[in-house]
Design a protein around this ligand. Structure first.
Ligand code: ADP
Ligand code: MG
Length: 551
């Protein structure tokens, strides 16, 4: 390799840098949070590697972050003694965006004029925030691996960066920012202190300014609930989720049997995935006795719980467990199960104790519960208790649970009915609902395309079968509210059987292959005709989706 190489940033990175440098004017100070959080990640990774690997470079230097500034030269330097990066890692990590979610995010962000800077950190592109304040960024890094040399990465945030050798440095990474004129204020002791206090007080390593630690290092999830204030919980959430707002809800619990686990989970307020920013990465970190084993673990919780943020710490896990072993570990599977069950129970209780909060949760995150019902057989029944729908017996915008539906059912009703439609209005003006209205039978309104998949995967709730109201052979009880007068009127208006037979035969001839059969309906009262579904499993709305997706 030549001494100094010049490389191009990946296209997505260029787009992002353009936004970062030219369009983001507010809350520039989060750059420091991003760099400190990277330093903390690097230290956590090193701490784990040092138990896994035989030999690590510079094994005795303390694990810490230090901040230096020079208000004459306008520079700010963030140094960590973490895992470091070799040449290839510098190039890959600081030249491309690895997460596909982040790519989608920035492509979207550059297309619209939504400049949601506070979302940057959540998409794993935090490093580039440095260019919000710096005209030049120099990264010196040396990996923990014994055979690494130390390299220097430099960029002004234009289209390229350079990498050169930089021998003789210690393990870890040092990031030197040459501040722009507008960002001079960040080379100031008071400002730095304030920002670190605000965003980084939960970093689990000392952050040193002028040789003295300015944060209190604490693993909050290991403390008892009574020892933690509301503010501390919120601050910790902001730290771990890279968030700016408060969480919607939290679950903090510890157990000793069957497993020793300490868990602190948060439900955010916003669902970025529903906002169109691409698929979310999971957000729960796995620890063993305060040592980070796996960040954003894909194995510690089911995929459909990827909206959660937080920490699971289990002292039963071996500290030196490898990535591969994690995936195959029966213990991890066990932790997964215990925590998932506990969380589902927590949500069920939340629905009872704080119905408004639960509704807010449901509106934002209900899609994940439905995904769980569809994809995860193991929790289908528990997750079904969390489902909410509007119905013919709720007000507009008010939800009901399946259990509440069952409670309201008349004794002779055997099934739970639902019907899919684009809106409440469309359903109520459609033909499917008529027969139910007449009999005073409640129908759930499944307003999202995914709903019918959830319903048919679920199949039944308790003893009650779930049946789509567009199903061909519905078995409805006699209309309860029919009066003698109604009956006489119906008989007077009814078409003689020979006429209706002639009509249905003619219609079948005209419609041909497009319909399976045409029959005289006993369900309709006001509408002349409706299309129903002969096989019952795949509802009309599911069929539309499948056709649209080419299946
Ligand atoms: P994220 O932290 O979400 O992965 P960033 O843009 O903040 O995204 O950082 C990109 C990557 O660069 C990190 O995943 C990490 O591999 C690497 N990196 C950044 N800062 C450091 C550091 N101080 N030490 C080691 N690696 C780092
Ligand atoms: Mg980061």
């Amino acid at each position: 390799t030549p001494q100094t190489e010049t490389k191009e940033f990946q296209t997505e990175v260029k787009k992002m840098l353009d936004i970062v440098i030219h369009s983001l004017y507010t809350e520039k100070e989060i750059f420091l949070r991003e760099l400190i959080s990277n330093a903390a990640d690097a230290l956590e990774k090193f701490r784990h590697q040092s138990v896994v690997e035989q030999e690590v470079f510079d094994s005795h230097i303390p694990l810490e972050i230090s901040i230096e500034f020079d208000d004459k030269a306008n520079t700010l330097t963030i140094t960590d003694t973490g895992i470091g990066m070799d040449r290839g890692e510098l190039e890959a990590n600081l030249g491309t965006i690895a997460h596909s979610g982040s790519k989608t995010f920035f492509t979207k962000l550059s297309e619209t004029d939504r400049k949601e800077v506070n979302l940057i950190g959540q998409f794993g592109v935090g490093f580039y925030a440095a260019f919000m304040v710096a005209k030049k960024v120099t990264v010196k890094s040396r990996s923990f691996r014994m055979d690494d040399m130390g390299h220097e990465w430099i960029s002004d945030g234009g289209g390229t960066f350079t990498i050169a050798m930089c021998p003789g440095i210690r393990r870890g990474t040092s990031i030197v920012l040459e501040l722009t004129d507008e960002a001079k204020e960040y080379a100031n002791e008071q400002t730095i202190r304030r920002i670190i206090k605000q965003y980084s007080s939960f970093v689990p390593f000392p952050i040193k300014l002028k040789g003295e630690a300015i944060n209190t290092v604490q693993a909050i999830w290991t403390l008892g609930k009574s020892e933690i204030s509301e503010e501390a919980y919120t601050e910790f959430y902001k730290f771990i989720a890279n968030a700016f707002d408060e969480p919607l809800a939290r679950l903090h619990f510890s157990a000793d049997a069957p497993l020793a686990i300490k868990t602190l989970l948060f439900i955010p307020k916003e669902n970025l995935e529903a906002m169109g920013f691409g698929r979310m990465e999971p957000g729960v970190n796995l620890y063993c006795q305060r040592v980070l084993i796996e960040q954003h673990s894909k194995t510690i919780l089911p995929e459909w719980l990827r909206f959660l943020r937080g920490v699971i710490d289990s002292e039963d896990l071996p500290l030196n467990i490898s990535r591969q072993a994690l995936q195959d570990s029966a213990l991890v599977a066990k932790i997964n199960k215990v925590v998932t069950k506990r969380l589902l129970k927590f949500l069920e209780e939340l629905a009872k104790s704080e119905p408004e909060k639960y509704t807010e949760f449901w509106k934002n995150f209900g899609m994940f519960i439905k995904e769980g019902v569809i994809s995860d057989f193991a929790y289908r029944e528990e997750a079904a208790k969390l489902l909410r729908f509007e119905s013919s017996k709720t007000e507009d915008g008010i939800f009901t649970s399946l259990a509440e539906y069952v409670e309201r059912m008349p004794e002779d009703q055997k099934e739970i009915f639902y019907i899919n439609g684009p809106s409440r209005e469309a359903i109520e003006n459609g033909p499917y609902i008529e027969a139910f209205k007449k009999r005073n039978i409640e129908v759930l309104y499944t307003l999202e395309p995914i709903d019918d998949f959830a319903m048919s995967h679920l199949g039944s709730f308790g003893e009650k079968k779930l049946v789509s109201a567009d199903c061909g052979d519905l078995d409805l009880p006699e209309a309860a509210i029919e009066t003698e007068a109604d009956k006489e009127k119906a008989q007077a208006e009814a078409m003689p059987e020979s006429d209706s037979a002639a009509l249905t035969t003619w219609m079948k001839e005209v419609l041909g292959e497009q319909v399976k059969e045409v029959i005289a309906s006993k369900r309709l009262t006001d509408s002349p005709a409706m299309v129903v579904n002969p096989d019952g499993f795949v509802t009309s709305s599911m069929e539309r989706i499948m056709r649209a997706s080419g299946q």
